[in-house]
Design a protein around this ligand. Structure first.
Ligand SMILES: Nc1nc2c(ncn2[C@@H]2O[C@H](COP(=O)(O)OP(=O)(O)OP(=O)(O)O)[C@@H](O)[C@H]2O)c(=O)[nH]1
Length: 358
């Protein structure tokens, strides 16, 4: 009994340190990984998982954290850890799905036996909503002390996650903002080198996608005139409508950011240039065909470039932006691909200096 008290006293500064580290992170996905890194060792378990739901309460992402002991050549044993993000959420075992469903229905943690162990799931709460589940496997249930610790850490995580999420979103449209794009460039680029990490929802589930990626800058034409003629409130409403039209046209796996005032950045997956053009053309047409309140019609210009994971993100962005500028110069309401403009001789071929690795 005495030993337990001492162990708990010893653990408090460790836990505070881990919470401090967790809340120093500025990226929502790294924060999710950090939660597993915090709770796994704290509970003394080797496997912990996080199941994230999207806005539609569908399973969107699964992250597994695994620790194991490795004896190295010098005979010294070390703990190594591995974080794995699963794109194929359709592979989640039915027992785990059933456990999470019980947690959702009861609004509290649940435990069940699973493959000779106890499987415990805690809800991640955002207000009254379940945002996901923290799951761990062990041969016994959580003690009252551990239960209080897990609940406390999950509460800190959820509150901090909500704060981060707000700072990465544009208030008018709810889209991710420029800061989020810039913060996430490196992670997006490395994910692109692993095509299985981007997935598409079909029948409520997500499946693997492969292929190339394209970055587009989409800019409303003559938006200043709209503001000047009808005022900023109408301008805001038009931007919101244009956002909803774009969201409805893109797939859920495509990424859409509000980059600046009337400027948006989209990153999409497409097998080839013709398919990418087709996607952007659909966006242009959807906006051109829409009857907007007051202004009636509006158009957008689009410049895009292929994402090459070996080319700096800022360079890809600049290629798309230069192509957009050219589309504006040539009369607006049109789409230009950077390579098309290079082939046409409008732009010089990219030099080797631009293709450095980051
Ligand atoms: N209503 C509203 N206007 C905004 C917002 N952000 C930027 N703007 C306005 O968007 C306008 C953009 O003007 P410009 O950059 O000259 O571009 P444009 O008039 O669209 O012309 P082109 O891009 O050349 O077709 C400016 O008047 C900004 O004040 C916003 O959040 N709401």
């Amino acid at each position: 009994m005495r030993m337990l008290t001492n162990a708990n006293q010893f653990r408090v500064p460790g836990l505070l340190g881990k919470l401090g580290m967790m809340t120093s992170i500025r990226d929502t996905e790294l924060l999710e990984q950090s939660l597993l890194r915090t709770l796994g060792p704290l509970l003394g378990v080797l496997d912990t998982s996080l199941y994230r739901l999207d806005d539609g309460q569908l399973l969107a992402r699964v992250i597994h954290y695994h620790r194991s002991k490795v004896v190295e050549a010098d005979g010294v044993a070390r703990m190594v850890e591995r974080i794995e993000e699963i794109a194929q959420v359709s592979d989640v075992q039915p027992e785990i799905l059933a456990l999470m469903e019980n947690v959702r229905l009861l609004g509290k943690p649940c435990t069940r036996s699973f493959a000779g162990d106890m499987l415990t799931a805690y809800p991640l709460l955002g207000g009254d909503e379940v945002l996901g589940y923290f799951v761990f496997k062990r041969d016994h249930e959580a003690s009252p002390n551990e239960d209080a610790t897990i609940r406390g850490v999950l509460e800190v995580f959820s509150n901090y996650y909500a704060l981060l999420d707000v700072s990465q979103r544009d208030r008018l449209t709810g889209l991710l903002n420029r800061q989020a794009l810039e913060n996430n460039f490196e992670r997006i680029w490395s994910a692109m080198a692993r095509p299985d990490s981007f997935h598409e929802r079909a029948d409520g589930r997500r499946s693997q996608l492969s292929g190339k990626f394209w970055l587009a800058v989409i800019d409303v034409d003559h938006f200043k005139r709209i503001n000047d003629t009808f005022g900023h409130m109408v301008g805001d409403e038009i931007l919101l409508l244009a956002t909803r039209l774009m969201q409805a046209t893109f797939r859920s796996s495509d990424l859409l950011y509000r980059y600046g005032g009337e400027e948006f950045v989209a990153i999409i997956s497409a097998e080839n240039e013709a398919i990418a053009r087709n996607v952007f053309e659909r966006v242009r047409l959807a906006i051109e065909a829409h009857v907007f309140p007051r202004i009636e019609s509006m158009t957008v210009s689009i410049g895009y470039a292929e994402v090459d994971p070996e080319v700096l993100p800022v360079e890809v962005l600049s290629r798309a932006d230069r192509s957009l500028y050219q589309a504006k110069q040539d009369g607006r309401n049109r789409i230009y691909d950077f390579h098309e403009l290079v082939e046409r001789g409008t732009f010089a071929s990219p030099s080797y200096g631009e293709t450095e690795l980051f």
